[in-house]
Write a protein that binds this ligand. Structure first.
Ligand code: ZN
Length: 191
């Protein structure tokens, strides 16, 4: 799939919006991504994940793992395309990333980490750390969207996304959109 076609899908489903947004980090931005809206249609999700899976097919991952919530659907659909198991990590009461529900990864498994959007890579780094405790180095990191403009990296671990964007963010005190007097929206999933 071409990036243009993929971007069109994101715009049509409302997953990629333009305007003036307050992000969960507190920063302002002229664009907002909500990947849940592109993944809510299983036919679209399957198409995107088949395309994304191609980038890792040669490495033959047998586990795809995504941090909850953003990585769950993506990991599941990628696992289907790659013939792998689909796992997810979640935070315990103290906020620590953990593997629960009886999920098990063997040190011989080839593990691919999946996240919907890469911004700073914080959650992915926590999953990498969790795997390293069991002496597992993931074979790759993947996401539907990398919005960091290529800045995010995972210490030499292969990282491939379907859509690579560079979306500027602004300090609320120095935001050109605020200066234009544009009304601000506060989307997001964090409470
Ligand atoms: Zn602003």
């Amino acid at each position: 799939m071409q990036e243009r076609e993929i971007l069109d899908i994101f715009i049509k489903t409302g997953a990629y919006k333009q305007g003036h947004f307050k992000l969960s980090s507190g920063l302002h931005s002229g664009s907002y991504l909500q990947c849940a809206l592109v993944l809510e249609n299983p036919v679209i999700a399957e198409r995107l994940c088949v395309a994304l899976a191609q980038k890792f097919k040669a490495q033959e991952p047998d586990v795809v793992i995504g941090p909850a919530m953003g990585g769950i659907v993506l990991a599941y659909e990628l696992a289907r395309a790659l013939g792998a198991r689909a796992l997810f990590t979640e935070r315990d009461d103290t906020g620590k990333m953990t593997l629960r529900r009886g999920f098990y990864i063997s040190p011989n498994n080839k593990v691919l980490i999946a996240e919907d959007v890469l911004t700073t890579g914080k959650s992915v780094n926590e999953v990498i750390e969790l795997l390293r405790r069991d002496s597992i180095t993931p074979i790759g990191v993947t996401s539907l969207v990398n919005r960091s403009g290529g800045k995010v990296n995972f210490g030499g671990i292969k990282c491939e996304s379907l859509l690579n964007l560079s979306i500027p963010t602004f300090d609320p005190n120095d935001c050109p959109l605020c200066k234009e007097g544009l009304a601000i929206e506060k989307p997001g999933s964090r409470k």
